[in-house]
Design a protein around this ligand. Structure first.
Ligand code: GLU
Length: 505
């Protein structure tokens, strides 16, 4: 049966040339884990660094593994991380559609082309067809590899008549060796005897991921295929497919695994959602800023060089300028929560105060329900004092309800306070604050400092008991003055008087 080559020519004619084109090709099987995010980021940076195009392609041919809202999560996450795509399912582009199931009519024709060339074959053996497990059959023993034309015709006829399932199409792996080049791992040679005759087209006519990715990367003009190192072992088979079609082989960029430095056990292991390691969404839900996560993730397995070799903090534009494939490491990298905390704290501190207040407010309101307490004022106390937004509720819970606390908190060596001193300080402070005409930061500060001077004590000797009585906690964001200001005069005095009672006053 002769193929209509004009159909192929039309598709070929749509392929853009002369620019770097990369794609992020997630399978909508769940949340975006950190390794995925890093792959997406590097893919994006390679395209942007070269002034090329970044594509989004949804790989959904493995229908059994799809998860309901996973596509929406992919869109949202990729956008939230600042990885804007030039072509994709929602924005279209010259080589669409960009969702594999919408391209289902393409793949079989390409597989049939390979069958014609003798580089693939119909296989009627009833064995597992799952994409991951296509090769538990010794290919030398597979009778379908060398079916006589007459027998093939008979079997095909039977399948058409519904007397047996439709055949799959398998890649015919030739004898010899396959060598391919990876931009990170260098030249890799494998013995073809170790490669299985993988399924290209399943019995239902849909392609396996292993076939679809090659067809799509070619038809979409992808110049750099960036993916996780778990695909390294499949790369020779993909390479053989490119060769079988006579297509230009893209630059492969395999990214090493992301390991997880488990803070609970101290064990370093492959990062995995199944072990409960955080996904990107989990991190955002825990109060990490997207930019901080992206910045930290960029350095998991990539390093800048030259005069910026020591630089840690990068905006997206700086990453685009600095990112070179040569900087990608083949050693696995370890995701470390402490390091992420360090990045996040720095990003939180660098936010304009209004923006920090906007980010912090929902977290403050988890603990501070009393609207009379100004969230922006509380946020100002927190900006320099939290590593992640989820630290906030526990730090500000004392505003709504004064915790139970013991008198021992009034004793502090550095501030030269003990119960007696604290009692005296609070006795002095209450009438001064009661009489204060104006409940502003400056007024409260001026009054307390003035009183300390009058009493000839260190400021800390007076501030310590005020803060303990106002907050009921040894560690608080902000000092006595700020806390009293936010609590307001009445509540401050109520709490100071409770403190006095505790001290026997
Ligand atoms: N759909 C594959 C995945 O999500 C993509 C691998 C690739 O980039 O080719 O793992």
């Amino acid at each position: 049966m002769a193929m209509d080559m004009s159909w192929f020519d039309e598709l070929e004619s749509r392929i853009p040339h002369g620019e770097v084109r990369t794609r992020f090709a997630p399978s909508p099987t769940g949340y975006m884990h950190v390794g995925n995010l890093r792959t997406a980021l590097y893919t994006y940076l390679i395209a942007r660094h070269a002034g090329g195009k970044f594509l989004l392609r949804i790989e959904d041919t493995d229908q059994g593994r799809l998860v309901g809202d996973a596509v929406d999560v992919i869109y949202a996450t990729t956008r939230q991380c600042g990885l804007d795509w030039d072509e994709g399912p929602d924005v279209g582009g010259p080589v669409g559609p960009y969702i594999q199931t919408e391209r289902r009519h393409l793949y079989k024709k390409y597989a049939e082309l390979l069958v014609e060339k003798g580089l693939a074959y119909y296989c009627f053996c009833e064995k597992t067809e799952s994409a991951e497990d296509s090769g538990n059959f010794e290919k030398a023993e597979d009778p379908c590899r060398s079916l006589a034309p007459e027998r093939l015709k008979e079997l095909m006829f039977d399948a058409e008549m519904g007397r047996r399932p439709h055949p799959v199409i398998r890649q015919r792996i030739p004898q010899g060796n396959t060598t391919f080049h990876d931009a990170v791992y260098g030249d890799i040679t494998v013995d073809n005897a170790d490669l299985d005759d993988q399924i290209l087209i399943k019995s239902d006519g849909l392609p396996t991921y292993n076939f679809a990715n090659v067809i799509d990367d070619h038809l979409m003009g992808i110049t750099h295929v960036v993916r996780g190192a778990e695909y390294l072992s499949s790369a020779p088979k993909y390479n053989l497919l490119y060769e079988a079609f006579g297509w230009e082989i893209p630059t492969y960029v395999h990214c090493s695994s992301v390991m997880f430095n488990d803070p609970a056990t101290g064990v370093v292991r492959k990062m995995s959602k199944r072990c409960g390691d955080p996904s990107y969404q989990d991190l955002v839900a825990q109060g990490y800023l997207s930019q901080a996560v992206v910045n930290y993730v960029s350095l998991l397995g990539w390093a800048p060089h030259g005069d910026i070799a020591e630089q840690e903090f990068f905006t997206m534009d700086e990453l685009i300028r600095a990112f070179e494939i040569e900087g990608i490491s083949k050693s696995p990298s370890a995701f470390d929560m402490d390091k992420l905390n360090y990045f996040n704290a720095a990003y939180l501190r660098a936010l304009p105060p209004e923006e920090f207040a906007r980010e912090a407010e929902p977290w403050i309101r988890r603990a501070v329900k009393n609207e009379a307490y100004d969230a922006a004022a509380i946020a100002a106390l927190l900006q320099a004092r939290c590593e992640k937004l989820s630290d906030i509720p526990e730090k500000v819970d004392f505003f709504d309800a004064l915790p139970e606390y013991g008198v021992d908190l009034f004793t502090n060596k550095k501030s030269k306070t003990n119960s007696e001193v604290s009692l005296e300080m609070l006795q002095q402070v209450c009438p001064v604050l009661e009489a204060l005409p104006d409940w502003s930061q400056d007024a409260i500060h001026g009054a307390l400092v003035g009183l300390a001077e009058k009493l000839s004590v260190k400021n800390a000797t007076l501030m310590w008991p005020v803060r303990i009585a106002a907050a009921g906690k040894a560690v608080t964001p902000g000092g006595a003055v700020e806390i009293c200001r936010i609590l307001g005069r009445d509540e401050t005095l109520r709490r100071l008087k409770l403190g006095l009672e505790k001290l026997g006053g």
